[in-house]
Design a protein around this ligand. Structure first.
Ligand code: UDP
Length: 248
């Protein structure tokens, strides 16, 4: 007997860096292929899946602005970087036989569809993997905020954020050996303790709209499908903590 599904519709946030693998720029075809496999596994489990991809493996607006570029232009470049990544993911999914669509917050009609909420929901209902590109379409935002926004707009049951570590820690586990992982946290605690989960705008969006968040390690193959099937992995962030399993 297969496990009951925890969610009907999810929004997965992948950072641009997740596509780089061991490289320090661009897209590793092997890595994007593995990620596409994991997404397809979720889809085959009967879950509708939307994906927001970042652009940090190509351009980040803040970095370009630090180097002297006009910030708005820099953010436009960052958003276009997310479109490149979204097209690469669409291609990786299609090569594995999956139907996927890219919907962009910036209009690029020769390349992909516009983001139209009702169209997005239609794609999801038809079982297509729906990739949201170009963030929110506005400068000064991040793709984490775009992920919380799209998740709320499409009525996702959860926002699942992929990272390189096993969840949210009290300190950076790559630097501090005493860092402990939280199993469950409230959004208020994330904000008060300035925990590096997502930027504050994204966290507030989740909190105000009661959208639960799960942070997990993308490098653990199979964890994504385990989470959607109900296993408690990574760190869960919500407005109300469960009675058990709080704390580190
Ligand atoms: N960006 C933006 N508005 C948005 C989302 C993204 O201007 O709504 C730009 C911004 O310059 C950002 C870049 O796109 O640095 C790439 O997105 P992000 O840094 O969130 O990517 P990630 O860190 O997830 O790879």
């Amino acid at each position: 007997m297969s496990a009951p599904l925890n969610y009907r519709r999810i929004l997965l946030k992948l950072s641009g860096e997740a596509l780089m693998g061991e490289a320090d720029y661009g897209i590793d075809p092997k890595v994007i292929g593995r990620l596409a496999d994991e997404i397809i596994e979720v889809q085959k489990a009967g879950i509708q899946i939307g994906v927001v991809i970042g652009g940090g493996n190509i351009f980040r607006g803040a970095g370009l602005a630090e180097a002297g570029m006009d910030r708005v232009t820099a953010d436009h470049m960052g958003m276009l970087a997310t479109v490149i990544n979204a097209l690469a993911m669409q291609d990786a999914l299609e090569r594995l036989g999956c139907v996927a669509r890219v919907l962009s917050a910036l209009q690029i009609h020769e390349v992909c569809e516009d983001y139209i909420r009702r169209r997005a929901i239609r794609h999801l209902e038809k079982g297509r993997v729906t990739i949201f590109a170009a963030g929110t379409g506005n400068p000064f935002f991040t793709t984490d905020t775009a992920a919380s926004l799209r998740a709320i707009e499409i009525g996702a049951d959860v926002l699942i954020k992929a990272t390189k570590v096993d969840g949210v820690y009290s300190a950076d586990p790559m630097k501090d050996p005493n860092a402990v992982r939280y199993r469950a946290l409230s959004f208020d605690q994330v904000l008060a303790d300035q925990l590096r989960v997502m930027d504050a705008t994204a966290i507030v969006m989740c909190r105000e709209n009661n959208l639960p968040l799960v942070v997990f390690n993308l490098n653990n193959a199979g964890d994504l499908v385990r989470i959607v099937k109900g296993e408690s992995l990574g760190t869960s962030v919500a407005n109300h903590l469960p009675r058990t399993g709080t704390g580190a």
